[in-house]
Ligand binder design. Sequence first.
Ligand SMILES: Cc1cc2nc3c(=O)[nH]c(=O)nc-3n(C[C@H](O)[C@H](O)[C@H](O)COP(=O)(O)O)c2cc1C
Length: 145
Amino acid sequence: MYRLIYKSRSPSAIDWDTVRNILHTSEQHNKEDQLSGVLLASRTHFMQVIEGPFENVNSTFMRIVKDPRHNDIQLVSFGIIDARIFTDWAMRGIGIFDLNKDLEDRLIEKYGEEDGGLHFPLEEWMALAMIHDINMISDLPEWKQ
Ligand SMILES: Cc1cc2nc3c(=O)[nH]c(=O)nc-3n(C[C@H](O)[C@H](O)[C@H](O)COP(=O)(O)O)c2cc1C
């Protein structure tokens, strides 16, 4: 089992339509490929975690990097894991831009600010810590298939 994390930038402001469209086309692929994970979106950036079998994580990432809906893609990590963080075969979509101001401010205080929103870190340990923190929040603004 493998986990890949990357960060990218969106050429236009991200909203729920952007997240919905991306995850709508991903749903069937990810189920077939036994992939799980999360797509975090600020107004300007994405950070995605993809977990699953080596070949499937690899080929999905190869498709994703060619997608014109984002650019400036930076690989944060790709490595072997003991267990999934996200146990369902699905991709959670979380709109950080819709977090309540108080929570967003606290995350920004801890992880920094970028283009007026939460900064997605490039260090794996920090990315995982941030994802863990976000996972602990109940009532997340999220889109689920
Ligand atoms: C930020 C972002 C995340 C994406 N995540 C996934 C994903 O998890 N799985 C997937 O199959 N496609 C994902 N895509 C879409 C792919 O880039 C690609 O458009 C899609 O897989 C092509 O599907 P199709 O060949 O059936 O049209 C993502 C695209 C973007 C911009």
